[in-house]
Write a protein that binds this ligand. Structure first.
Ligand SMILES: Cc1ncc(COP(=O)(O)O)c(C=O)c1O
Length: 432
């Protein structure tokens, strides 16, 4: 049975039943401080959009991330869309990306058929972009490198940014998993040119279930994001301001006659959108950010516990190691069941699912998805990412939504499933 079939069978068998240990938090992650903050916004009589909370959240985030600009938007996906727009891609440009991430990291590039996307393989011990492979892909046409800090473990940013800068390429950090991580005293989102964060319900902090943030240094980008997220066009404007009128009489259609349409638009680069984070969401962002150290400590404690159980299988199971000077948030708990060690990864997935532990494998290598295959990408392009997904990598539940009881249970079920998998030779998995 292939890995896919095993997962599908298990999913069907468990359809409609409550998981004993769910992969994602069940219910709201809001605590008392979040509820108080949101309630106070709702009861304040103040506007629910475009008030002071969004600014406060952005100020706090900027201070936390250590970047000159932090600008909120409505999701991590929108943050990435705007970041990729800011790259100013032109026909003939190349962008190097990781295949091992959630699809939103690179999805906006599908709207750029004029740009060549090159998938960089990942390191077999971390699933982060491999600087050695990157070195062979980056050239004078490379406009940008887009990476993720997989599971919250920071990628090798010193090496990666040095390689990119040697060719004048920009680097985008998808930091959706890495809020709360650190890299030699600095924080993700401040390690390259642009940082993108998600505050989806499952993330390290959430803003009422959806939200996102962009971080960067460039003041020009700040002006452009301000326009883009507020329904104005990102455009080249004439330096000479032209006023149609300064009073409602002179320009009766305008709500703010003195301000509106005071410049000529020479070229629209992209129409704007409404990506305003609501006041209630921003208020929750403020309180969640304060709780971040506690959330990360909980994630790390769960990861440490699971690592202890896995340590019973040295040489068979490997858990990604934190290099010196690096702290990871453990947004995901990932490990590798090395092939040929006596335990088949797919057997272990099956044994865990049978015991009520929800175990997706994150993420399917993106160059093999239909949308990227239709752009000419194919099997064999990133052999390490492919091998790991089809044979070795897996994830376990690891989030503050797990109770102490569930964490104890997870440890026991994992030990039990490992023992069962070690007794039963199983399928090694095969490409689809
Ligand atoms: C790595 C990564 N990038 C981007 C996103 C997209 O974020 P959002 O769900 O807020 O749009 C996610 C969300 O799951 C993610 O895991």
């Amino acid at each position: 049975m292939t890995g896919k079939t095993v997962q599908k069978t298990a999913a069907l068998r468990h359809a409609g039943r409550d998981w004993r240990v769910p992969y994602l938090p069940v219910g709201s992650p809001a605590g008392a401080a979040d509820i108080e903050a949101v309630t106070s916004v709702l009861g304040s009589g103040e506007t629910l959009s475009g008030g002071a909370w969004r600014q406060r959240f952005e100020d706090d985030f900027r201070a936390y991330a250590g970047t000159p600009h932090a600008m909120s938007v409505t999701s991590g996906t929108v943050a990435l869309e705007l970041a990729i727009h800011l790259l100013g891609l032109r026909p003939g440009d190349e962008v190097v990306v990781t295949p091992q991430t959630y699809q939103a990291t690179i999805q906006p590039l599908l709207r750029h058929p004029e740009v060549a996307v090159r998938f960089c393989d990942v390191r077999p011990d971390t699933l982060n972009m491999d600087p050695e492979h990157l070195r062979t892909l980056v050239g004078d046409r490379t406009r940008a490198v887009i990476l993720v800090h997989y599971g919250g473990l920071p990628a090798e940013m010193d090496e990666i940014t040095a390689i990119a800068r040697a060719h004048g390429a920009l680097v985008v950090e998808d930091s959706a998993h890495a809020l709360g991580s650190s890299y030699h005293g600095r924080r993700p989102g401040s390690l390259a040119d642009l940082g993108c964060f998600s505050f989806h319900s499952s993330k390290n902090v959430t803003t009422l279930g959806e939200g996102g943030m962009l971080t960067f240094s460039d003041a020009g980008w700040a002006e452009r994001v301000e326009r883009l997220r507020g329904n104005e066009a990102d455009a080249r404007y004439s330096p000479r301001a032209r006023r149609f009128g300064t009073s409602a009489e002179a320009f009766p259609g305008a709500l703010y006659p003195g301000l509106a349409y005071t410049h000529d638009c020479l070229a629209v680069l992209r129409p704007g959108t409404n990506a305003t984070l609501s006041e209630a969401a921003a208020a929750m962002g403020v309180t969640q950010l304060r709780s971040l150290p506690e959330f990360v400590a909980r994630r790390r404690a769960i990861a440490a516990r699971l690592t202890e159980v896995l340590a019973e299988y040295p040489g068979v199971i490997e858990v990604p190691r934190e290099p010196d000077g690096v702290v990871q948030s453990n947004h995901l708990f990932t490990f590798f069941v090395r092939q040929g060690g006596g335990i088949a990864r797919d057997r272990l997935l099956h044994e865990l699912a049978e015991r009520g532990v929800q175990v997706p494998v994150r993420y399917f290598p993106l160059h093999l998805t239909p949308e990227w295959r239709s752009r000419g990408h194919r099997f064999g392009e990133c052999p390490v990412a492919e091998h790991l997904w089809f044979h070795e990598q897996m994830n376990l539940p690891c989030h503050p939504g797990l109770s102490d009881k569930q964490i104890d249970l997870l440890g026991e079920l994992l030990a039990d499933a490992l023992a069962a998998a070690a007794r039963t030779p199983g399928a090694e998995g095969s490409p689809c």
